[in-house]
Design a binder for this molecule. Structure first.
Ligand SMILES: *Cc1c(COP(=O)(O)O)cnc(C)c1O
Length: 429
């Protein structure tokens, strides 16, 4: 039923979910249970030894969350996956088995703003650090990697500017250095891009965005290709050597391609507790059933809106990589051939004041700090998310004062354009 040779939309509806063995329920039930009764003491011991796969306690695994992790793993072409409490939790969970005090991650400088803060400030409390580089400068990426680097990190389509990363080039550099490439695939989704096909090892998602798709859930997912050889060097002792946090188990030796997934559950979720809840997993499973349909509409609408905006005299520029005029147009054809996502920035004539007025004048668009909703969304980063930055920092982040970020929804495109039209008239009057 869940054979990975099936098409994307078939997997989106079926992967990871069989009719419920106890009741025959066709839809994945919300298993709202903290614990699971062991058959006998021998069964319990086998579960704790990872000799048999089963359910112990919902901080570790839960049947609804496992169905979601298996579905996303199938869509991404991965060996296994882990449900997490948020996209930011997924990022920590991806780094956790790889890092240690004194270790670093080399990261693209074009990132979701929250990730820049997580990487530049918060992970330092663990003794980890990040080095930010422009991923278009491949020599700079190579030069930033040192003997303490344990991963390379980037986003497929970077927030807020819609910049497309050359994943093949990043994977080749990670490969040379003997470290995994981690890709945040939130804004592309596996419908537009499967980073593992481009050489990535780990893929992280904020399920909060397009996966669930309707702004109801905070959740995250990590999936692992199962292809990285953790034992090829002594860089990843938690996976390739006896793990003191799990009675000396050698995860790679015992579990092969599932080493990362099982370590993340048995040690990561057990001790960090960044677990997804079954109700959130259920909503995300429902969302994923229509992911392909929604993304098709999202990218068609985004392209039409970007083309309309580009020609409008009230606009100074549009960053959408799906435009023929974009400097990333050719790369987008290779990395995201079905469309360059639905998130981009627009520079409005009249600067800061016109942007604020545009946001306040729109009627269909919602002014929110979110993206990837069925609804069209807008935000003016310089007066909100990037307010604390100096102007030169705002410009470097793609959030200059004259720029708004828009996330195009799945409404009728004529209505989206009509709303922008009336809003721009008021904003630039
Ligand atoms: C929203 C987002 C995150 C963080 O996800 P949360 O679910 O809000 O924790 C990470 N990366 C990208 C690209 C995002 O858009």
């Amino acid at each position: 039923m869940t054979g990975n040779t099936r098409g994307f939309d078939t997997l989106a509806v079926h992967a990871g979910a069989e009719p419920d063995p106890a009741t025959g329920a066709r839809q994945v039930p919300i298993y709202q249970s903290t614990s699971y009764v062991f058959r006998d003491a021998e069964h319990a011991a086998r579960l704790f030894n990872l000799e048999e796969v089963g359910y112990i306690y919902s901080r570790l695994t839960n049947p609804t969350v496992s169905a979601l992790a298996a579905r996303v793993a199938a869509l991404e072409g991965a060996a296994g996956g882990i449900g997490c409490s948020s996209g930011h939790a997924a990022q920590i969970m991806a780094l956790f088995p790889l890092m240690g005090p004194g270790r670093n991650v080399v990261s693209s400088s074009r990132l979701y703003g929250g990730t820049i803060t997580q990487f530049s400030q918060t992970i330092r409390r663990f003794g980890w650090s990040a080095k930010f580089v422009d991923t278009d400068d491949l020599d700079a990426v190579r030069a930033a990697i040192d003997e303490d680097t344990r991963a390379l990190f980037c986003e497929t389509i970077a927030n807020p500017g819609g910049y497309v990363t050359d994943l093949d080039a990043m994977a080749a550099i990670a490969d040379e250095a003997g470290i995994p490439l981690i890709v945040d695939n939130t804004t592309a989704t596996p419908y537009l891009c499967r980073p593992i096909d481009h050489g990535a090892t780990l893929v992280v998602h904020s399920a909060t965005k397009y996966m669930t798709g309707n702004g109801t859930v905070t959740g995250g997912i990590v999936v692992d290709s199962g292809k990285f050889d953790w034992s090829a060097s002594d860089k990843f002792p938690s996976l390739s050597q006896p793990e003191p946090a799990y009675h000396g188990l050698n995860f790679h030796g015992a579990l092969g391609p599932m080493a990362f997934t099982f370590h993340s559950i048995a040690v990561g979720l057990r001790d960090l507790g960044m677990t997804m809840n079954p109700q959130g997993a259920h909503y995300t499973l429902m969302g994923i059933e229509t992911l392909g349909l929604r993304m098709e509409r999202h990218v068609a609408n985004a392209k039409a809106v970007a083309e309309w905006l580009e020609k409008d005299p009230r606009i100074e520029g549009v960053t959408y990589a799906g435009l023929a005029s974009s400097p990333w147009a050719e790369r987008a054809q290779r990395i995201v051939p079905k469309g360059a996502g639905a998130l981009f920035t627009v520079a409005v004539k009249g600067g800061y004041d016109a942007c604020v007025k545009l946001v306040d004048s729109l009627e269909l668009f919602s002014h929110v700090a979110n993206l990837g909703d069925t609804r069209s969304l807008i935000i003016h980063p310089a007066s909100t998310t990037h307010r604390q930055l100096e102007e030169d920092q705002q410009i470097a982040a793609g959030a200059a004062p004259n720029v708004v970020r828009i996330s195009i929804g799945i409404e009728n495109v004529e209505d989206i354009i009509a709303d922008l039209d009336q809003g721009l008239t008021k904003a630039t009057a």
